[in-house]
Design a protein around this ligand. Structure first.
Ligand code: NAD
Ligand code: ZN
Length: 339
């Protein structure tokens, strides 16, 4: 297969199965993933997103605000009203074109409108392609916290057009790389040695496989949160000056240090984490200046995934797994190693 060919990855979820098309120019396949019978579409996007689409259906385009503040119920109301004004029915389709913020909001508006209207995603950031647009988690923020209101709503299809990445700011690219480094540790795959199209398709495949085995996060899907317990705390402690993917990079190395503190892995495996994240992926793995370690521990204890004390996804002899009730002294000792 050449670098110009499209890859097609299936997310196998029985009657909710769908295809993710990955490649340069993949947007030309949009019509092929629209639900049969859709007679009109509303495209949800943002100003500045350089992708123009032609769903080959009568359609309107609605632009939403940029940034996490616009990932809100207010935006969902605006969208649902726009759907109603456009005469959208639950046999039609919503198309989200943008980063994870757009696909999360468009997906949640679609999940709610007429109790569920099909949605198709065209992610335009690396993070959207390898993570946010795949797997059916949708939602918005509240002033009280991120992603607190949402629904599982699988798309009918996803097109990842790699050409969109040409205009992506460097910092956004690095955020996508943070999630990609996570997939490295879940599988051991040398993703960076693959051509871009195979690299993105492989990440989609890894996420698709985990989601297919545990759609609603009863267990295994939580592995996708590798590196995320500290990452979420860092995002809050820095008031989001640290972006999610940047925080995940630090969180991956931290998870390794904590696993070693607990005797689950040895120092060479910790060194490997540093080599991969800081060396190969060239991401920053230091704690940001000015964060208090005790504040991070407190925030990690409040993580919404923490069902039973301090909960982490940790590497170990049996691979990466969820570990609850982790001793606070070990959590603090591993943080001190990062100072
Ligand atoms: N649903 C999930 O499973 C899941 C998983 C991970 C993250 N997320 C969510 O995804 C969001 C983060 O997504 P993101 O990192 O894509 O950020 P984002 O959607 O906020 O996009 C970042 C910025 O890049 C701009 N942009 C997007 N595509 C561009 C392009 N091709 N060229 C130039 N600029 C472009 C956007 O307008 C925005 O300003 C968060 O809200 C997070 O909660 C969801
Ligand atoms: Zn993440």
């Amino acid at each position: 297969m050449s670098d110009t060919d499209l890859r097609r990855v299936e997310v196998a979820l029985g009657e909710r199965s769908y295809e993710v098309v990955v490649g340069h120019g993949a947007i030309s396949e949009l019509a092929s993933v629209l639900p049969a019978g859709a007679k009109r579409a509303v495209v949800v996007t943002q100003p500045g997103i350089p992708v123009r689409i032609d769903p080959d259906l009568p359609h309107e385009t609605v632009e939403i605000g940029v940034g996490e503040a616009a990932k809100s119920l207010t935006t969902v109301e605006r969208l649902c009203r726009a759907f109603a004004q456009a005469g959208l029915t639950r046999h039609d389709v919503v198309i989200g074109v943008g980063g994870g913020m757009v696909t999360d909001v468009a997906g949640f508006a679609a999940a709610s409108y007429h109790r569920g209207t099909p949605v198709v995603h065209a992610p335009t950031t690396l993070l959207g392609m390898v993570d946010a647009a795949i797997g059916g988690k949708t939602g918005v923020n509240l002033p009280e916290g991120k992603n607190l209101v949402g629904a599982f709503w699988q798309p009918s299809g996803v097109v990842c057009d790699l050409d969109a990445l040409d205009s992506l700011p460097e910092r956004e690219r690095r955020c996508g790389l943070g999630e990609m480094a996570k997939y490295h540790f879940l599988t051991g795959d040398r993703l960076l040695s693959m051509p871009l199209v195979d690299r993105v398709a492989r990440c989609v495949e890894i996420k698709a496989e985990v989601v297919a085995s545990d759609e609603r996060e009863g267990g295994r899907r939580a592995l996708l949160n590798y590196g995320h317990t500290l990452a979420h705390a860092l995002e809050i402690a820095t008031e989001h000056r640290m972006a999610h993917g940047e925080a995940v990079a630090v969180g991956l190395v931290y998870a390794a240090r904590l696993a070693r503190q607990l005797g689950r892995i040895d120092q060479s495996r910790v060194d490997e984490h540093v080599e991969v994240v800081a060396g190969e992926y060239e991401l920053d793995v230091a704690l940001p200046a000015g964060v208090r370690l005790d504040h991070l521990v407190e925030l990690m204890g409040r993580d919404k995934k923490a069902l039973d004390g301090l909960t982490f996804v940790l590497d170990g002899p049996a691979g990466v797994e969820v570990v609850s009730g982790v001793d606070e002294a070990a959590v603090m000792a591993a943080l001190r190693e990062m100072e």
